[in-house]
Write a protein that binds this ligand. Structure first.
Ligand code: CP
Ligand code: NVA
Length: 302
């Protein structure tokens, strides 16, 4: 890969990255392949997992991560993305950006001299989706399962559609009307699915979508940036809460996933998060192992 801006950038290396992620889980240091390398980490939005896992990953691999809040950079005072990219990438070996607008990450990459990683935008969350494949493989032993995403067809759902289709996993997005995944991404995922032999579906019908589910996945109803629509969204999503009753529509041994942060009592109940079916904490841990594999892929060959 040159950059990881979308899951599509990992089209040819996805299995290699996932294998490497499992290796990093066994051996967190792996001879420090990023000795003396530096990753700039620009955040325009809040983060717990992405920030900590990338920073610790760089430290384990022998390098360092620089946390940069967009508000504290000249970006926050009107310096344009292109100029920020041109200057900053003269100092560092890679850049991770969490941005409000996906186009800004694409623009940064266009003017960057070094690999750029999308740490979440309004459109995609590729590091999360790659991680989720690792977690599913660990718990189910195969990628050949049915993943059902329930809720907002937003960044996490978009990246999961692409990732699932690339590895031959069936995926159904169960989204209320008006909250469907990005149409272009959905079509791209269907193209990948044709090649990998998986099924990519979309419905608003919970019972239909959950039938035969091996994995149930949800995300917040009000994503970062959607706060002004909070009350409308709470109303529109109210039937889509993942609770114990809801799980009965899926396979008995289905696992439950959530990218986190979770708003307990909204999209998911305490009972489900704490149930033996939940693999949410393994999923959070796996962010670090998977991102090490992504960093290894991008920064050791660069
Ligand atoms: N899942 C995820 O990206 O978490 P953070 O927002 O805490 O980084
Ligand atoms: N969809 C959520 C994911 C958070 C990791 C958001 O964009 O806020």
């Amino acid at each position: 890969m040159k950059h990881l801006l979308s899951v599509t950038d990992a089209e040819d290396s996805i299995f290699e990255i996932l294998e490497k992620a499992a290796e990093f889980k066994e051996d967190p240091i792996m001879g420090q392949p990023l000795k003396n390398k530096t990753l700039a980490m620009i955040f325009e939005k809040a983060s717990t997992r992405t920030r900590v896992s990338f920073e610790v990953a760089m430290f384990h691999m022998g390098g360092s991560g620089l946390y940069l809040s967009a508000d504290d950079l000249q970006l926050g005072r009107g310096e344009i993305i292109e100029d920020t990219a041109r200057a900053m990438t003269r100092y560092v070996d890679g850049v991770m950006i969490r941005a409000k607008e996906h186009e800004d990450v694409l623009k940064f990459a266009e003017y960057s001299n070094v690999p750029v990683i999308n740490g979440l935008t309004n459109k995609e969350h590729p590091c999360q989706a790659l991680t989720d494949l690792l977690t599913i493989k660990e718990h189910k032993g195969t990628y050949k399962v049915k993943l059902v995403f329930v809720g907002d067809g937003n960044n996490v759902c978009n990246s999961l559609l692409l990732a699932a289709a690339l590895v031959g996993m069936d995926m159904t997005a169960v989204c209320p009307a008006g909250y469907e995944p990005d149409a272009e991404i959905f079509e791209k995922a269907r193209e990948y699915a044709k090649k990998s032999g998986s099924k990519i579906e979309l419905t608003s019908d919970i019972q239909e979508g959950l039938e035969g589910a091996d994995v149930i996945y949800t995300d917040v109803w009000v994503s970062m940036g959607d706060e002004a629509e909070a009350s409308k969204r709470e109303e529109d999503f109210k039937d889509y809460q993942v609770n114990m009753e809801f799980l009965k529509h899926a396979k008995e041994d289905a696992i439950v996933m959530h990218c986190l942060p979770a708003i307990r009592g909204q999209e998911i109940t305490d009972e489900v998060i704490n149930s033996p079916q939940s693999v949410i904490w393994d999923q959070a841990e796996n962010r670090m192992h998977t991102q090490k594999a992504v960093l290894y892929n991008l920064l050791t060959t660069f």
